[in-house]
Design a protein around this ligand. Structure first.
Ligand code: M6P
Ligand code: ZN
Length: 190
């Protein structure tokens, strides 16, 4: 498909971009069971339903040869000791990669393969992470301000949430003694 060249303007601080076609909001109720402390989740949901993150997308062809563009902003906060994070996903076409670029705030990128290999990177403004094909990916806000990052990935990559919704990531990122700390996730299964 022949497209016309395009440009957009990104506000690094807020993650807003123009023109943008779609804003997606993920509240705690959209992520039930994904944080490890289910009691803390229930206690918070009894009172409020906080926005964990939002991401804006430009609608582009979901075809090989094209690219998808998104800017995500994760709010600061925790459920129990576990920091606010994205759901995380593999790609429906698992042989596709992705680039994340930190724009504002600070966080960690957690990555894993279906076999259980695990890797993490600290992401600050200007840090670019290359997520190779076959690695599931999740971003986590470890700071006290919104964590904003840009993402670009192949047009036909798609999202596969299934396994991660059921068992989560190999490790969880929690605050311990005021610092981020990776713990094994007892729920994780190959
Ligand atoms: C980034 C990209 C998007 C993704 C979004 C939210 O912007 O990786 O593809 O949808 O983050 O992450 P998730 O889909 O895991 O909730
Ligand atoms: Zn992805």
């Amino acid at each position: 498909m022949l497209m016309k060249p395009l440009q957009m303007h990104i506000n690094f601080k807020t993650g807003e971009f123009n023109p943008n076609d779609r804003t997606n909001i993920r509240k705690l109720s959209d992520m039930k069971g994904m944080f490890s402390d289910s009691r803390a989740e229930q206690q918070i949901l009894a009172k409020e339903d906080p926005i964990i993150y939002s991401f804006r997308e430009r609608v582009l062809p979901e075809e090989s040869g094209h690219l998808q563009l998104a800017v995500t902003s994760i709010n600061p906060g925790r459920i129990g000791q576990e920091y606010f994070m994205t759901k995380g996903h593999y790609h429906q076409r698992p042989d596709t990669s992705e680039v994340y670029l930190g724009l504002e705030g600070e966080g960690w990128l957690l990555m894993q393969t279906e076999k259980g290999d695990f890797a993490s990177l600290i992401i600050n403004p200007g840090v670019l992470a290359y997520i190779p094909a076959y690695w599931g990916h999740r971003m986590v806000n470890t700071g006290s301000t919104p964590f904003v990052f840009f993402a670009v990935y192949p047009g036909d990559a798609g999202h596969n949430y299934g396994d991660i919704e059921r068992t989560g990531f190999v490790r969880i990122l929690v605050e311990q003694d005021g610092r981020p700390s990776l713990l094994n996730n007892p729920r994780w299964k190959k």
